[in-house]
Design a binder for this molecule. Structure first.
Ligand code: CTP
Length: 215
């Protein structure tokens, strides 16, 4: 791997429009991705951060591009992924979005209730993994219930065709701390020493990314 690595990080939630003023979102703060961006910058890497709405401000020096919807993020990944050595996909991408979302003004209140039809979003990680060049390292994240954290994360590595996944229990979302296990495609895994600050975790992860890439 080159000394000055180009890292692409995605972070934060997606907001999927229901109409022109409402959306379906999630509680992701984007804090973890911003911490990974800062740590990579400190190591002299070239850092691009694709950042969702309502997420923390990254420091100057990080090249930031903003997204709102899964479709926006898909477009940005198409442009940025071919230019990176490492992709860290920490964004909490929606699994479903309203059909035809965002069109038709503001839905009015009615006594009859409201049904919103949802369609699945494309799996962005699986999509980029199909287009990867030799040497590109792809790391995903998986927020899982504790009791099936390992098996579910392993299944996702294979299904999405990626190199490794950071599995963490559901309590991690929107928290300043993280307790995580890094699971690699070859079946090996390493856990953080309990709950750690997301800044500490960023350094822990980047140390291991370098090793994953130099294999
Ligand atoms: N992800 C993605 N595109 C989606 C959904 C998720 O690229 N439409 C990415 C996330 O950014 C994360 C990884 O896939 O890095 C795992 O996300 P997760 O929601 O845990 O996985 P899913 O495939 O959605 O599986 P499930 O909802 O069954 O847990």
């Amino acid at each position: 791997m080159p000394a000055q690595l180009r890292i692409l990080i995605t972070a934060g939630p997606t907001y999927e429009p229901i109409d022109e003023v409402r959306f379906i979102g999630n509680r992701s703060s984007g804090r973890l991705g911003v911490a990974v961006a800062s740590e990579a910058l400190r190591r002299g890497w070239i850092v691009t951060l694709l950042l969702g709405p309502n997420a923390a401000d990254p420091e100057p020096g990080v090249h930031v591009r903003r997204f709102r919807t899964t479709a926006d993020l898909e477009g940005l990944l198409r442009e940025e992924f071919p230019k990176c050595d490492v992709l860290v996909m920490a964004a909490a991408v929606a699994d479903y979005r309203p059909v035809g979302g965002g069109a038709g003004g503001k839905i009015r209140r009615s006594e009859g209730g409201l049904r919103i039809e949802l369609e699945p979003t494309p799996d962005l990680l699986a999509g980029v993994a199909k287009s990867r060049q030799p040497g590109q390292v792809i790391v995903g994240f998986a927020l899982e219930p504790r009791e099936r954290l390992m098996e579910s994360a392993r299944e996702k590595i294979l299904r999405k065709g990626i190199d490794a996944i950071v599995a963490n229990p559901l309590e991690t979302m929107d928290s300043p701390e993280i307790e995580a296990v890094l699971i690699r495609r070859d079946g090996t895994s390493e856990a953080t020493p309990g709950r750690v600050d997301k800044g500490v975790f960023a350094a822990w992860l980047i140390d291991r990314l370098v090793r994953a890439g130099s294999k």
